[in-house]
Design a protein around this ligand. Structure first.
Ligand SMILES: Cc1cc2nc3c(=O)[nH]c(=O)nc-3n(C[C@H](O)[C@H](O)[C@H](O)COP(=O)(O)O)c2cc1C
Length: 80
């Protein structure tokens, strides 16, 4: 099976992508106990961006505590 278009630019609406490699949303559990972004989470997405993906879809977020899909009770990722 050939994937000739994978490395060619793509477009979603007005958004231009440099290639067609997409990171789908995946629950990392890298948010901290309060639900905020941590340095560990930023590193996770930075590594994938540097890896060259054309599009990264981030994971679930909540604007209100009641909207949390996953309660990070462990809260192992502390802000440095
Ligand atoms: C917020 C969110 C978090 C997700 N987390 C995971 C995950 O941790 N592991 C996983 O396999 N799929 C996860 N998914 C589903 C994947 O993103 C993807 O939709 C699924 O693997 C099906 O991919 P496919 O349509 O290419 O087969 C998540 C989806 C959403 C919307």
């Amino acid at each position: 099976m050939k994937f000739e278009k994978l490395l060619s630019p793509g477009k979603i609406g007005t958004m231009e992508l440099k290639n067609r490699f997409v990171v789908p949303p995946m629950g990392t559990n890298f948010g901290n106990y309060e639900g905020f972004v941590t340095d560990r989470m930023i590193e996770y997405y930075r590594a994938r961006a540097l890896g060259g993906f054309g599009l990264i879809i981030i994971e679930v977020t909540a604007v209100d505590p009641h909207g949390k899909a996953v309660l990070n009770e462990v809260g192992i990722w502390k802000d440095e």
